[in-house]
Every structure is written in structure tokens, then in C-alpha cells.
Design a protein around this ligand. Structure first.
Ligand code: INI
Length: 155
């Protein structure tokens, strides 16, 4: 039996990060978590290129464009969508998630969904470095693992 399992090691080459300015207080913490996670696993900041976008909804297009450039091993998308009084949340979350998924499938490199979807700001803070860990760090680890498993599969 052969099992492929990606290692949590920084790859050679560049990693792109798309980070949204909407709910910036949260997304900057996610970005810090992602950068720290890369460094903890043998990478460094010179490997990173960061694109800032207005909101989560703009992420799929920008991530896809970065992926199509051929410069990156993976793209990590970092955002935060907080449920408000209107149904805007639903219009943003679904398309963002499926857009990011489709961009990854179309480009053939991992495009990671590091987007918090929470009921309120408190839940977002919990997931951006306080009691429930840092989703930005988790997203970077998902990128490292997936890059490595893909490399193993393509021999
Ligand atoms: N964008 C977010 O990233 N998070 C949100 O919580 C959010 N809310 O709640 O509206 C949000 N909206 C903006 C959206 O992502 C687009 O930038 C905007 O609709 C322009 O296309």
C-alpha cells in the first residue's frame, strides 16, 4: 500500500497571499499568523508576495490571476466575513468559497480558503490568534501540506 502525505515544510519558490481589507483588524492578524507559520516551518518572508483586495468577494479573481502567472507554488486567501443584519453575508460567503475552489481547480495549484465566516466580531477575534488559534496560520499549513502532497504525486 502506498500512502501520500504532505509534510509541513516550506517549499522552494514563492507563495502568494491574498488578504482583504474588509475587517482589517482581523485580517491583519490572520496575515501575521500565516507569515509566522511559514517561518516556523523553514520558510522566510522573501518567499511571499502579498496582494491586498477590498473584500472577500474580490479574492477569487485576484488569486486566480496570481496562480495563472506561474510564479507561485500556492496561494493563501485570508479574509473575514461577519454576519450582519442583512443577508449580504450569504451573498459574499458562498461565491467566495466556490470562487476560490474553482480557481484552484482551474490553475492546478493549491488556493487555500483562509476566510473566517463568523456570527460576530468576538468569534472572529477568537479565531485570529486568541483562544481558538489562528486561522491564518492554519491556512498556511494547509498550503505547505498540499504543495508537498502534490509534489509527491507528480513524482
Ligand atoms: N467583505 C468581507 O470581506 N467581509 C464582510 O464581512 C463583508 N460584508 O459583511 O459585507 C464584505 N463585503 C464586501 C464584499 O466582499 C465586496 O468587497 C463588495 O461587495 C464589493 O464587491
Amino acid at each position: 500500500m502506498t500512502t501520500y502525505e504532505g509534510r509541513l515544510t516550506a517549499p522552494d519558490g514563492k507563495i502568494g497571499i491574498v488578504v482583504s481589507r474588509f475587517n482589517e483588524l482581523i485580517t491583519e492578524r490572520l496575515l501575521e499568523g500565516a507569515v509566522t507559520a511559514l517561518k516556523r516551518h523553514g520558510g522566510d518572508e522573501s518567499q511571499l508576495e502579498i496582494a491586498r483586495v477590498p473584500g472577500a468577494f474580490e479574492m477569487p479573481l485576484v488569486a486566480q490571476k496570481m496562480a495563472q502567472s506561474g510564479k507561485f507554488r500556492a496561494i493563501v486567501c485570508l479574509g473575514c466575513v461577519i454576519r450582519g443584519a442583512t443577508d449580504h453575508y450569504d451573498y459574499v460567503c458562498g461565491p467566495t468559497a466556490s470562487g476560490i475552489m474553482n480557481a484552484g481547480l482551474a490553475s492546478g495549484i493549491p488556493i487555500i480558503f483562509g476566510v473566517l465566516t463568523t456570527d460576530n466580531l468576538e468569534q472572529a477575534f477568537e479565531r485570529a490568534g486568541s483562544k481558538a488559534g489562528n486561522k491564518g496560520a492554519e491556512a498556511m499549513l494547509a498550503a505547505l501540506e498540499t504543495v508537498d502532497v502534490l509534489a509527491q504525486l507528480s513524482g
